[in-house]
Design a protein around this ligand. Structure first.
Ligand code: 5GP
Length: 222
């Protein structure tokens, strides 16, 4: 399948934070976004959580132990990190900086504490919260995964109830009811951010400079 290119590209890429309840379908949405458009890069997080069935090191996560994770924090290698249901998760800084410099929009699929840290450090980042259409659907997706014990499911539902209280800190809520439609919607939402005036300052400066030069040239001719 060929990927869609961005019609125009000016300057650096944008930092996009995607959060959502465990079971909201974020992971599948991210895959859809990466498969359909060539201007996104997905950050791969480091975690101390054990791999689930089918998960690969370096693809889904960089799986590591607590000691190494703490060293990454000490060395300033993480853009943000958080503890979530007894494990650490963090965003490696180098990849994000490299992809932004290339003009890619970098997606961080992270939980709420991390999202808030990113917004504080990078006010121009955009924060999007994904929810399933209902709690019933959320529980059935978590059970359907078949990879979690009832205890973990209970912990994740408790966490979801806490996270539901913090969603006001986000810029957008997106209901994931239909995968294809939500992927398209998510893409429009992100690409619209590039049209905000404050995202277009270098372009605006260029236009202003050209207008001034043109005006001066016309005056010289008269
Ligand atoms: P899971 O164990 O289901 O893969 O992820 C648990 C939670 O950790 C999810 O909400 C996921 O978005 C979040 N998460 C994954 N990577 C990171 C990260 O690098 N930083 C933060 N703060 N959260 C993350």
């Amino acid at each position: 399948m060929s990927k869609t290119h961005r019609p125009f590209q000016r300057g650096k890429g944008m930092l996009v934070v995607i959060s959502g309840f465990s079971g909201s379908g974020k992971g599948t949405l991210m895959r859809g976004l990466m498969q359909n458009y060539d201007y996104y890069s997905l950050s791969i997080s480091a975690t101390t959580r054990k791999p689930r069935n089918g998960e690969e090191d370096g693809k889904d996560y960089f799986f590591t132990d607590k000691e190494h994770f703490l060293k990454m924090i000490q060395n300033g290698e993480l853009l943000e990190y958080a503890r979530y249901v007894d494990n650490y998760y963090g965003t490696p800084k180098a990849y994000v900086e490299q992809e932004l410099a290339k003009g890619k929009d970098v997606i961080l699929e992270i939980e709420m504490q991390g999202a808030l840290k990113i917004k504080a450090k990078f006010p121009d980042s955009v924060l999007i919260f994904i929810t399933p259409p209902s709690v019933e659907e959320l529980i059935s997706r978590l059970r359907g995964r078949g990879t979690e014990t009832e205890e973990v499911i209970r912990a994740r539902m408790e966490k979801a109830a806490m996270e539901a209280e913090g969603v006001e800190a986000y810029d957008y809520i997106l209901v994931n009811d239909d995968l294809d439609r939500t992927v398209k919607h998510l893409n429009y939402l992100i690409q619209d951010q590039h049209m905000r005036v404050r995202s277009q300052i270098p372009f605006l400066e260029q236009i202003r400079g050209e207008l001034r030069a043109n005006y001066a040239r016309m005056n010289e001719l008269n």
